[in-house]
Design a protein around this ligand. Structure first.
Ligand SMILES: [Mg+2]
Length: 449
């Protein structure tokens, strides 16, 4: 690889007005405008690295400012110096002593880290003419482990233990790579019917439509009214049945206290959900454990992760037996590297990985993570959320066929957004762009909920 130097970066605040039709609405996040805080790393070569993190609107500008602070730390660096010891690079990015104070490794500064780290991965993958998942699939166990900053997690998994786990997982790996190449590595599940803001007729129609497309897993939002939820879940079971191999999941987006979560979910047990997602605060390890233990006799599992702020919280959730399903997020984690650390811990504690994918750009990213988990780490297929919105804005959007993600084959990390989309939905925008239009006033001047 000839030397590539990072010469600078561009940060873009891009917001899609999804609050207009309630796409993405749930019990906590009632009116989100799916947004990308976007980082483009410029170089002295023909390649640029594209990375983003996801927010739901207001505050996206704050994340963009944080990206500027972090990207400045790699300006002038060569790509080879950044990726030859990735774990060290990652440590460097989280180690600005002044920026660290506003984290550490959590919140806005960590969301921004995800955008910058993923932009480096995208740049690297493009320069090697490979998709990100394949770069990782072709690593030796030692190279995989060198991507990770193990500080704070060696009590759960040491680098040596990780190498051993990855060596064991090499059995059958060639076949799993073949599965990936044939797009049979990552089955999808759908949330499309389940947003709380959708009416019951729309919900039923979307369930019927997605069932006919080959989906077998369906997730619905719950948590605003028990009576309404019972009605919605009854409709869902009416469409998908109880004994046809179709799986129902529910998601509360953190609205309950621990006792409320237990009581509420006991009232929904007849609908036989596989798991309740985000029943309470994402920081509450003991709370998740208590909910899991109370719901286990009813056959209901506990899932969380989309707002889990870093590998340290995941370590506690996994090691303490607080969750049945681990929902890493490609943006909230500090990029691919920290996600790899969580994949290893999930394998160690035998918890399946089901990445969080409900947001713009997330399916584009997470298809790589689920493929890596299947090919290199767990060796098991799980299911991956697919939300059918806003893919048209990406150069190489995620595609589902016959219930499977079509494995990305283009070089990069798949979140390169079309330049015209960035202009049209740039915030606050320029003359002629969407946020300067009359239509935008209903959001900009409306009540902020
Ligand atoms: Mg969720």
């Amino acid at each position: 690889m000839s030397e590539i130097t990072i010469t600078g970066w561009d940060t873009k605040d891009v917001r899609f007005p999804t609050s207009l039709d309630k796409t993405g609405s749930d019990a906590m996040n009632t009116a989100g405008d799916y947004s990308a805080a976007y980082c483009i790393l410029n170089t002295d070569s023909k390649y640029s690295g594209h990375g983003m993190t996801f927010t739901i609107g207001r505050g996206n500008d704050i994340v963009c400012r944080a990206i500027d602070h972090l990207a400045d730390r790699i300006k002038g660096r060569t790509l080879s110096s950044l990726v030859s010891n990735w774990g060290q690079t990652w440590r460097h990015l989280v180690s600005d002593s002044q920026l660290r104070w506003i984290g550490p490794e959590k919140g806005v500064i960590h969301l921004a880290l995800g955008a910058v780290v993923n932009a480096i991965w995208d740049l690297w993958a493009k320069s090697l003419h490979k998709p990100v998942w394949r770069i990782v699939a072709e690593m030796t166990p030692e190279e995989f482990v060198r991507c990770i900053d193990f500080r704070y997690i060696t009590d759960a998994v040491t680098p040596e233990e990780a190498v051993e786990m990855l060596k064991k997982a090499e059995e059958g790996k060639a076949q799993r790579i073949k599965d990936a190449e044939e797009s049979k590595a990552v089955p999808a599940y759908t949330t499309s019917a389940g947003w709380l803001g959708y009416g019951e007729d729309k919900m039923r129609a979307l369930l019927e439509e997605t069932l006919s497309k080959g989906y077998r897993h369906f997730k619905l939002k719950v948590g605003t009214s028990l009576e309404a939820d019972r009605r919605r879940l009854a409709i869902a079971r009416d469409v998908i049945g109880y004994d046809k191999g179709n799986i129902l999941m529910v998601d509360a987006n953190q609205v309950w206290s621990v006792p409320e979560a237990i009581e509420y979910m006991q009232s929904l047990k007849d609908f036989k959900p596989w798991f309740i997602e985000e029943p309470t605060s994402p920081d509450d390890i003991l709370g998740h454990k208590a909910i899991r233990e109370a719901l286990r006799p009813h056959g209901i599992g506990v899932a969380t992760g989309e707002m889990c702020q870093n590998r340290v919280i995941f370590k506690q959730l996994l090691a303490s037996g607080a969750i049945d399903v681990c929902q890493i997020d490609a943006c909230r984690m500090g990029g691919v590297n920290e996600a790899l650390a969580v994949l290893l811990m999930a394998k160690k504690f035998n918890v399946p990985i089901v990445p969080h994918s409900g947001g713009v750009g997330l399916p584009e990213y997470t298809q790589h993570l689920s493929t890596i988990d299947y090919v290199c780490v767990s060796g098991k297929k799980s299911v991956l959320e697919y939300v059918d919105h806003l893919h048209e804005h990406f150069e190489y959007p995620a595609v589902i066929k016959e219930g499977y993600y079509q494995t990305p084959m283009e070089p990069g990390y798949s979140v390169e957004m079309k330049p015209e989309s960035m202009v049209k939905f740039g915030f606050p925008g320029t003359e002629g762009s969407w946020w300067q239009s009359e239509e935008a006033k209903s959001i900009l001047e409306g009540i902020k909920i």
